[in-house]
Design a protein around this ligand. Sequence first.
Ligand SMILES: O=C(CO)[C@@H](O)[C@H](O)COP(=O)(O)O
Length: 219
Amino acid sequence: MIMIAPSILSADFTNLLKDIRDVEQANVNMLHIDVMDGHFVPNISIGIPVIKSIKKITELPLDIHLMIIKPERYIEDFINAGGNYITVHAEACLHLHRVVESIRKMGGKPSVALNPATPLSVLDYIINEIDMVLLMTVNPGFGGQSFINGMEKKIWELKNKIQKENPRVRLQVDGGINMENISDVVKAGADIIVAGSAIFESRNVKETIYKLRKKAEGI
Ligand SMILES: O=C(CO)[C@@H](O)[C@H](O)COP(=O)(O)O
């Protein structure tokens, strides 16, 4: 089954409750929450108080994508705020193994994100310790960017690596995914689709999610 994770970065922050209820009614599998620090990426977004508030109003698993340098400083806070999946960037961690270990110890599901230009070999000695890999198909920092050409090949290579080395790992793909390219992304091997602007900037959020799911499942 393909999972859909709406990225609330593109939601209406003056009406977040309504947007969350809409995606819940469309049976999405988790909420993707982008945390940006203005250093690792050139943008600043959502932080711990907002995540705590979201946790109070939804039962959906919270998938926290930390686009922050030295994420080890805040792992405990994001887990206490209600994060389920905690994704850290390989590029942002001096001691990736230690960070992943601490996420697991504190009760989170550890996940590692890779920027588009980061080689898959950075996963070589960590793939057995994680639950998910987040492959970025845009340069992180903003919603609404275009999917980078050629990333299907990287998804496919990562899928092969996962199948060989740890088939329990889920492959999440994030950035520029829409109605036109979702089938290719799934065919290349994605298990979890993150989509922000394609969902929240559409006229009918629920209908868009149903259509994305249908395309993803080839129906
Ligand atoms: O992490 C990020 C951006 O850095 C993403 O989660 C975006 O929020 C996805 O938005 P779209 O590309 O789907 O509009």
